[in-house]
Each structure stands twice: as structure tokens, then as C-alpha cells.
Write a new protein. Structure first.
Length: 381
């Protein structure tokens, strides 16, 4: 449904229903929309502007009411709070927090450079740039970034498969560069352990590399699946995972999902055709993530103004059209005031690291929500 079709009755109904289907639901309005939400601490996130001339990077404190436990009624803090802020010279495409440090790395839509930011501490409320990394062979803009899991802070980044490299943040030294000539665009990358990493190309091909070897293995999809845009998510049980315990999910702009064991990327173990259609001009916002706590649950967004949660447990190698276990419709339904005809889309979402059913999501109207849904099967808990 287009947002403009949503009547205020529907929004009212949803508001009444929301009292039963959410344990928590807090909404916030950013001045400009973000396509990144990155955890920077137990109760804080970083977001960044992708659409205005100012390109703000903000660190926000989550509503404290979310953490109030049994005393929710007494806790008045239901708003997100601005903690730190700064400006970037280009719209932010990707943003990664460096684990254990007050530091984030961003890439922008206009250049191939990466920018390193100190997100501030204590009294200082300024996010300031502390460094710039210029890739060795600067090609395309909007590089994708993964945080390294080594002792020294580093990032793995790339725009095309042939320019993927790992760079040390402090020195700007290139620690690793891939040795392949594939020009496929990178849709995402992630480390499995401190040396093994996975890269997903826009056309769905997966590449598995090791930072001690420039060669990468690659796994191509069957021809019938080409022509769509693919993104991926890696599920691992701990920072330094055994690849045997890792599962890869790939999502296409046609709503296909393939779930594979990292040890055997050739033949998916589960697959599905989601009842979702890409009706945006771009695939910029397509996102799939594994739930960190709920085993085998996937969240999917970027098709419309909703976030869909699926449980993959019952999926098999035979493709099926599964029903979601939960749909967050809040962005659509709180958007009714603006009837300018533009299609609202959820731009990104993230799971809370340890609260099983809590997610954050952001949409193209600048709304950002944190929500904890009620599992109907376990209501008595
Ligand atoms: C989904 O969004 C999250 C939060 O912005 C980001 O960390 C993740 O890389 C995105 N995943 C994909 C497949 O784009
Ligand atoms: C990461 O996992 C791969 C595959 O099991 C293994 O070959 C490699 O040695 C591991 N790397 C480290 C640094 O443990
Ligand atoms: C994706 O690109 C790779 C490398 O260019 C190519 O080998 C592969 O056939 C492509 N896959 C599809 C599904 O088009």
C-alpha cells in the first residue's frame, strides 16, 4: 500500500493495537533521514544524514524508559537524547563503530575516501574527524566497510571486489589487498574470525577470503537468479567464530532468500520467496539481518515502509512463501500526516544485541523507532 492510502482510522486502529503487540515502542524524529544505525555502546547508537547538505553524524542515547525494567511507570525518559554530534562533508553511505573505542569510520556517496571520527567523551559533545583514508586505487564511491576483529583497529573496505583491502586506522597502512580482477560491485562484507572474511557482490556471488592470502574463493548463483540485487547477512555465535558455526543469508530485490552453511556455499540449505516486491527505483535500502538472540530469525527491510521478521526454522531446500512472525508497520502508520505522494521506505534496521525482540528501524521521512514486540506464543512470560 502506498502511504497516502492509509486512512487515519487505520492509524488509530494501529495505535490501539500497538498497546498489545509491543512491550515497548518509542518513536523519534530526526531532522534528516539516516540509512545507518550503528551501536556505539550499550544504550547508544550513531546515525548519519544521507540526504541533506549538512550531513550530520549524531550519537543518540536510547530512551532510558526502555531499560527501566519493572519501574517503567516511574521512568519519565521516553525520548532519544542527543549526546554528540558533528558534520561530514558528504552524505554518509556506511558507518562502522570500532569495537571498544570511541571511534567510527564512515564512507560517503561522493568519494572513495573513508573518514575516521572521534565520537567524543565526557564533556565534549563534538564528533570530530581525526583522519582520512584514501584507498590505494580509488575507484568508486560509497565504499562498504567492516570492522576488523584484530587487536589493532582496522577496517576491511571496498567498492568493487578487486579493490577490497584492509587498512590499519592509526597508520593508514594497507594490511591486505585482494588479488582478483573481478569488477563486481560490493554489496557488503564481514569478518568471520580475525583472518577469514566474506564479501557479497551485488549480483549475489559470494567471495570468501583470508587476509593471509590474496586469492579468494567465489561461489556464483545460478543464472536464473541473476538480474536482481543481492545483500547478505552472516550469523556467527561469537566475535572469533568457527566457520562451521556460521550461516549466510542472502536476500534479493525480488524477495528471494537463500540460507547457506558457510562451509558449503554452493547449495543453500533453506530458501524462500518472500511476498515482498521491490517497488523503489533503487535497491539502496535493502537490508537483511540475523537476530542475535532468537535462533534462526531474520529481519528484512527496504521494500516498503515496514520491517518483516521471519523464522527460518521450518524452511527447507524447497522454496516456499513464508508468513512473517511479526511486521512492524509503525513507520507507515505514523507517516499519515505527510501526503505529498512520496513513497515511504524503511532505510535500515538493527537488532538489539541481547534483548531478543527489540529492534531499531529508520525510515526515509527521518523517523526512527525502537520497538520490542510481544511474542504471542510466550505471552504468559
Ligand atoms: C543493515 O543495516 C545495518 C544497520 O545500519 C547495517 O549494519 C548492515 O550492514 C545492513 N545490512 C545490509 C545487508 O545492508
Ligand atoms: C579462521 O577460520 C579459518 C577457517 O576455519 C581458519 O583456516 C583460520 O585459520 C582462522 N583464522 C584464525 C586467525 O584463527
Ligand atoms: C556475477 O559476477 C561474476 C563475476 O563477474 C560472474 O562470474 C557471475 O556469473 C555473475 N553472476 C550472475 C548470477 O550473474
Amino acid at each position: 500500500t502506498a502511504n497516502m492510502d492509509i486512512s487515519s482510522d487505520e492509524a488509530d486502529d494501529w495505535f490501539m493495537e500497538s498497546l498489545h503487540i509491543y512491550r515497548d515502542l518509542h518513536v523519534f524524529q530526526l531532522e534528516h533521514p539516516t540509512k545507518v544505525i550503528e551501536w556505539t555502546g550499550e544504550k547508544s547508537i550513531c546515525v548519519a544524514d544521507y540526504s541533506s547538505a549538512r550531513n550530520e553524524i549524531l550519537e543518540l542515547l536510547l530512551p532510558l524508559k526502555l531499560y527501566a525494567g519493572g519501574n517503567k511507570g516511574l521512568c519519565p525518559e521516553r525520548d532519544f537524547k542527543l549526546q554528540h554530534g558533528g558534520f561530514c562533508d558528504e552524505p554518509v553511505e556506511c558507518l562502522r563503530h570500532i569495537f571498544g573505542k570511541r571511534c567510527v569510520v564512515t564512507s560517503g556517496q561522493y568519494s572513495s575516501k573513508l573518514q575516521v571520527w572521534d565520537i567524543g567523551e565526557g564533556d565534549s559533545d563534538i564528533i570530530k574527524r581525526t583522519g582520512v583514508i584514501n584507498p590505494k586505487c580509488p575507484s568508486d564511491k560509497g565504499r562498504k566497510i567492516a570492522s576488523g576483529v584484530t587487536d589493532g583497529a582496522s577496517v576491511l573496505h571496498g567498492s568493487r571486489i578487486n579493490d577490497v583491502q584492509q587498512t590499519e586506522l592509526v597508520s593508514g597502512r594497507v594490511l591486505y589487498a585482494v588479488g582478483t580482477d573481478s569488477l563486481d560491485a560490493v554489496s557488503g562484507l564481514q569478518f568471520v574470525n580475525s583472518s577469514t572474511f566474506v564479501v557479497c557482490a551485488n549480483n549475489g556471488t559470494l567471495y570468501v577470503g583470508d587476509t593471509r592470502d590474496p586469492r579468494m574463493k567465489h561461489y556464483v548463483l545460478h543464472g536464473s537468479m541473476s538480474g536482481s540485487h543481492w545483500v547478505f547477512a552472516l550469523r556467527k555465535d561469537q566475535p572469533h567464530s568457527d566457520p562451521a558455526a556460521c550461516t549466510v543469508a542472502r536476500l534479493s530485490s525480488f524477495g528471494q532468500v537463500l540460507v547457506s552453511d558457510l562451509r558449503n556455499l554452493c547449495s543453500p540449505v533453506r530458501q524462500a520467496q518472500l511476498n515482498l516486491q521491490q517497488n523503489m527505483a533503487t535497491c539502496d535500502f535493502l537490508n537483511v539481518t540475523w537476530a542475535p538472540v532468537l535462533d534462526s530469525c531474520l529481519a528484512v527491510s527496504g521494500f516498503d515502509g515496514k520491517v518483516h521478521i521471519f523464522d527460518t526454522t521450518s524452511w527447507s531446500t524447497v522454496s516456499q512463501t513464508p508468513q512473517p512472525v511479526f511486521v512492524h508497520r509503525g513507520h507507515d502508520l505514523s507517516h499519515e500526516a505527510k501526503t505529498d505522494g512520496t513513497l515511504l521506505v524503511v532505510t535500515t534496521h538493527v537488532w538489539h544485541p541481547w534483548r531478543p525482540r527489540t529492534l531499531l528501524s529508520a525510515a526515509s521521512d527521518g523517523s526512527i523507532h525502537v520497538w520490542d514486540w510481544v511474542d504471542k506464543n510466550f505471552e504468559h512470560f
